[in-house]
Write a new protein. Structure first.
Length: 244
């Protein structure tokens, strides 16, 4: 993970009502490496998450109000930017992301091959036994098609929250980060503005407890809204780029 100097890596861990998962997740991170820093963003949890963070002296920022996944993650990027980290990695607090792949998704950034690296289950399906539900996979495929149409780049897992970004993108996301559909929208923003985005095959785990903050109760409604956001964002980003 070195390229001429020590690389400072921060794991950004958004957590909303993760009392059953967060302590176990942090223990796995510490067991893997004592050199990788982390910050848990407690997104106004209403369960016992905050008390667990305090009692176990887990590094965290407590948000008084629930901002949603986009606001929580951007708080982490602001922290990374203010503390001069070279790489920031989004890492779920529910145990779905595997620490063994952190080095792998950071490698394209360390080697100067990408500005953002996305951990995906779908690039090589043999890598990950857990592939999510049929409807989530179907939704991801549709979103992927529209990202390809409007950016020219195929992203196989556009809603993946397991992502690593370099210092330049940390600064960008600390200032501008979407709140509605953060993963696909921020990916479109980077691609339209000429950033290099690469996907890396990873294995993901099924959530052991609690509920995901992203719910596909109405998959058709969700896909329509994301697609509209992608279309509007791609046009808006191009106009802003043209004015510079």
């Amino acid at each position: 993970m070195k390229r001429g100097k020590e690389v400072k890596i921060l794991l950004i861990i958004p957590a909303f009502n993760e009392q059953e998962n967060i302590k176990r997740t942090i223990e796995k991170i510490k067991a893997y490496s004592q050199e990788i820093d982390y910050i848990v963003i407690d997104d106004g949890s209403t369960d016992n998450t905050l008390n667990i963070l305090k009692e176990n002296k887990i590094n965290h920022i407590h948000l008084i109000h629930n901002l949603g996944i986009g606001g929580a993650v951007q708080t982490g990027y602001k922290y990374a930017n203010e503390n001069n980290y070279d790489i920031a990695v989004q890492f779920d607090g529910d145990g779905q992301h595997d620490m063994n792949y952190v080095t792998k998704i950071c490698e394209p950034l360390v080697q100067g091959q990408a500005d953002m690296s996305i951990g995906t289950r779908y690039l090589d399906k043999k890598t990950s036994k857990f592939q999510s539900t049929f409807m989530r996979r179907f939704g991801s495929n549709i979103i992927s098609i529209f990202i390809k149409i409007f950016t020219g780049k195929k992203i196989t897992d556009p809603t993946s929250g397991f992502r690593a970004v370099n210092k330049k993108v940390i600064e960008e996301f600390a200032t501008n980060y979407p709140t509605e559909y953060p993963e696909p929208e921020s990916t479109v923003s980077l691609l339209v503005n000429g950033y290099r985005v690469k996907e890396v095959s990873v294995s993901m785990n099924e959530r052991l407890a609690g509920n995901s903050s992203i719910r596909f109760w109405k998959p058709a409604d969700y896909m329509i809204k994301v697609i509209l956001a992608i279309i509007i964002d791609s046009i808006s980003f191009r106009r802003k780029r043209g004015k510079k």
